[in-house]
Design a binder for this molecule. Sequence first.
Ligand code: NDP
Ligand code: PYC
Length: 338
Amino acid sequence: MSATDTVTLTLAQVEELCHSVLRRHGLGEAHIAPVTATIIAGERDECASHGVYRLLNCVHTLKSGKVVPDAVPVVDHMSMSLLRVDAAGGFAQLAFATGLPHLVEKAQATGIAAMGINRCVHFAALWPEIEALTGRGLVAFACTPSHAWVAPAGGTSPLFGTNPIAFGWPRPDGDPFVFDFATSAVARGEIELHRRAGKPIPLGWTIDAQGNPTTDAEAGLAGALLTFGGHKGSALSAMVELIAGPLIGDMTSAESLAHDDGAKASPYGGELIIAIDPIGFLGGAAAEHVQRAESLFDGITGQGARLPSRRRFAARRRTPEAGCRIPRTLYEELAALA
Ligand code: NDP
Ligand code: PYC
């Protein structure tokens, strides 16, 4: 993209844009800061598919009545190590923020705790939630179904969601080890960005409605996404459907799409988050073993391979000074919504 095709915004301008778009479209005050924080984090870390682009989805979801704008999350303490947060139809961010201190407290008290978020609208990347836990010294896992857009390996009809899986490991010095990816070959948002830019997509991401491989983003979105790693991604995607769907009493991606009823709003359903305190297994030896894990990371980087999230963390250091580059067409669309 040439400089004339883009607009550069400071993080403060991204925040202002989010606030005015979300407020103008009726999102409740309690939700504006946590939703904005997720979108800023995406833009700051140069995750274009989950940065300000998502404001379009938020506005569309608000307009279509598929999110409760002023939902008040309710926490249910089920046991020493389990809690559920009923998002009451609102965006997931406020529900996560409401449950977070309880999840941390339970993980620290028992060694491991799980939080199910129910009845939430989920449009975001999972790593901000993972980093909220690694930042408190906890090992973290999260996953969520989405809408049925992805064919199981060997099939041709959409059944699974893009179903991200995210994991985090706190490191004694510096950035945590974090990965966060869709179990489809790529997030649907990335294909949408290719469609908007008029760019072809790589073979292997999607099939068209007739089940043929395609490099046409529009045709791929109308057909089905493929899982990453063939049958392996397919099984992981099924796992996400199960453990963040029926296990916590919430929807599968097929049910989420049926609930959507053609509105094309963001996915609706549950999210499962697990937090593990290394002290639970290791007591006073936790620091020693967490330090020992560093040799694994050295073994990766020592041979020139890169750690997941390294690109993101590098962007995070750059954008506060350099600003965030946004396609001009997207910026103009968002400015009109503000
Ligand atoms: P990618 O295929 O780009 O994979 C992302 C992960 O892989 C990141 O942790 C990334 O780190 C890491 N990675 C990428 N390239 C390398 C490499 N060469 N070496 C080591 N690690 C690498 O992203 P996806 O399209 O699968 O997903 C993007 C986002 O979409 C995720 O954050 C996910 O949560 C979100 N999503 C959300 C959904 C929802 O329902 N809420 C549904 C689907 C996706 P880095 O960032 O540093 O490049
Ligand atoms: O990009 O697949 C995606 C996605 C779904 C929900 C949020 N992001």
